[in-house]
Structures are given as structure tokens and as C-alpha cells.
Design a protein around this ligand. Structure first.
Ligand code: ADP
Ligand code: ADP
Length: 228
């Protein structure tokens, strides 16, 4: 895993007001940072810049010691889990999780693919579902498959964009537990966007509050939510 360091990062779409306006944030190796803020404050833009799906207008982004501003997404070795995860309906759970490895043709042997998929499946308690198709899974199991696809790549860090917002309350609770457990097992560096205070309280080492593209506050969940 690796640290993620943002220094004065700016994103301008066209010539409007910057969507992200000078954000500096030091995310330590293994740290779980929650990103909160009102709709339109720049959360998704920030995640997309980190993962490399969006260019950085100015400022510097480091993963570990390397400046990655100009690196392609595939060279950043990050894993992103989106709100609307899409699984391949015709593929089994095993093949859905293996998919990112198969895309990198020739890089992994069948043996390595099997090992990696089984490790991800064990971490997410999907071992007995590997032969099933997504249609035969619960919502929470599907979301875990989406996470399996993210963790199977030996990522340097995870980025989550409201991964649980489409699940009902019971499943959200289960998934929170699951993510916390995965974090303990893998010691991953994580940036996690959510509106849910319970998720922030249970998962976050620190909470970063974004407002109009600027970091307003970075604090422990306790300090943030228990202040007057
Ligand atoms: P959040 O994820 O916090 O809701 P976003 O990062 O999606 O915020 O958006 C931040 C700002 O950037 C908003 O004002 C939004 O309208 C604008 N924005 C986001 N994506 C684009 C885009 N592709 N083109 C132009 N403006 C965008
Ligand atoms: P390839 O994996 O062959 O490069 P893609 O076009 O699917 O093919 O993806 C390009 C790169 O974008 C990937 O290698 C990967 O690093 C990155 N990428 C795609 N989807 C994601 C995702 N969900 N999370 C993180 N990175 C992604």
C-alpha cells in the first residue's frame, strides 16, 4: 500500500469556478480517510483526479514517492469502487473478480489468477459463491463482488464513491462491517466518499470536509461529530 499526497490540487472544467480549488491533504499509508461535503462540492472530481480519470489543472499528486499527475490510470495501481457497480451478468463471480487480471493479457498465469481471486473471495466471504452468476446473488453479495474486482489487482490504495448508497439499511450495516474487516486484513490506504455519518464514524481514521472545492476541515470523526 502507499500514501497519497495532494499538494494545492486544482481542477477547472472550462473557465468556470474551480470544482476543486487548492486542496492539500496528506493521506498516510494504511489510513482510511472519509471525504464528506454537500452535493457539487467536488468529491467525485477529487476521486477521479486521484484515480486518473480526470486531468489535474494544477498542483501535485503523489502516490508513495512518485508524482503521478501525468501517469495513466493503469500505472497508478489504484482501485476504485463506484456507486453503480456494474457486474458482467453472463460471467460467474469468479470470472467477474478475475476480469481485471485477464484484461492485462499475459501478466498473470492461471495459477496466479486463481490464487488472487480466492484470496479476494476469502477476504470478502464469497468463497462459496464463486460459481454463481450475479443474478443469483443478494445486493450485498453483488457489492462485495464489485469490491473483489477492485482488491484483486494488488492496488496501492482504494477509492470508494458512495459504495453503499444504493443498498438498504440492513445491507449497509453488513457492508460497513465487511469493509472494516477488509481494512483490518489488508491495511489499505482508503479514500471513501459518503454522506452517511455512521459510515464516517465507524470506518474513518480522519474525516475531510470539502466545501465549494476547498478543504474546510480535517479531523478525527470523534472531534468532528461531537463538536458543539
Ligand atoms: P460532488 O461529487 O461533491 O457532488 P462533483 O465533483 O461531481 O461534486 O462536482 C463538482 C463541481 O464540478 C460541480 O459544480 C459540478 O457541476 C462540476 N462538474 C463535475 N463534473 C463536471 C464536468 N465533467 N464538466 C463540467 N463541470 C463538472
Ligand atoms: P486495461 O486494464 O487493459 O488498461 P481499461 O480500459 O479497462 O483496460 O482500463 C484502463 C485502466 O484504467 C486500467 O488498467 C485501470 O488501471 C484503470 N481503471 C479502470 N477502471 C478502474 C477502476 N474501477 N478503478 C481503478 N482503476 C480503473
Amino acid at each position: 500500500m502507499a500514501s497519497i499526497t495532494l499538494t494545492d490540487v486544482v481542477k477547472k472544467y472550462g473557465d468556470g469556478y474551480p470544482a476543486v480549488n487548492g486542496v492539500s491533504l496528506d493521506i498516510k499509508d494504511g489510513e482510511f480517510v472519509i471525504l464528506v461535503g454537500p452535493s457539487g462540492c467536488g468529491k467525485s472530481t477529487l476521486l477521479r483526479m486521484i484515480v486518473g480519470l480526470e486531468d489535474i489543472t494544477s498542483g501535485e499528486l503523489r502516490i508513495g514517492d512518485a508524482v503521478v499527475n501525468d501517469k495513466a490510470p493503469r500505472d497508478r495501481h489504484l482501485a476504485m469502487v463506484f456507486q453503480n457497480y456494474a457486474l458482467y451478468p453472463h460471467l460467474t463471480v469468479f470470472e467477474n473478480i478475475a476480469f481485471p487480471l485477464r484484461l492485462q493479457k499475459g501478466k498473470y498465469t492461471e495459477e496466479q489468477i486463481k490464487d488472487n481471486v480466492e484470496f479476494a473471495a476469502d477476504t470478502l466471504e464469497l468463497r462459496e459463491h464463486l460459481d454463481r452468476k450475479p443474478a443469483n446473488l443478494s445486493g450485498g453479495q453483488r457489492q462485495r463482488v464489485a469490491m473483489g474486482r477492485a482488491i484483486v489487482r494488488d492496488a496501492q490504495a482504494f477509492l470508494f464513491d458512495e459504495p453503499l448508497s444504493n443498498l438498504d439499511a440492513k445491507l449497509r450495516g453488513q457492508m460497513r462491517t465487511e469493509i472494516a474487516r477488509m481494512q483490518r486484513r489488508l491495511g489499505t490506504t482508503t479514500v471513501y466518499v459518503t454522506h452517511d455519518q455512521t459510515e464516517a464514524m465507524t470506518l474513518g481514521d480522519r474525516v475531510a470536509v470539502l466545501r465549494k472545492g476547498e478543504l474546510q476541515q480535517v479531523a478525527s470523526p470523534r472531534a468532528l461529530y461531537e463538536q458543539p
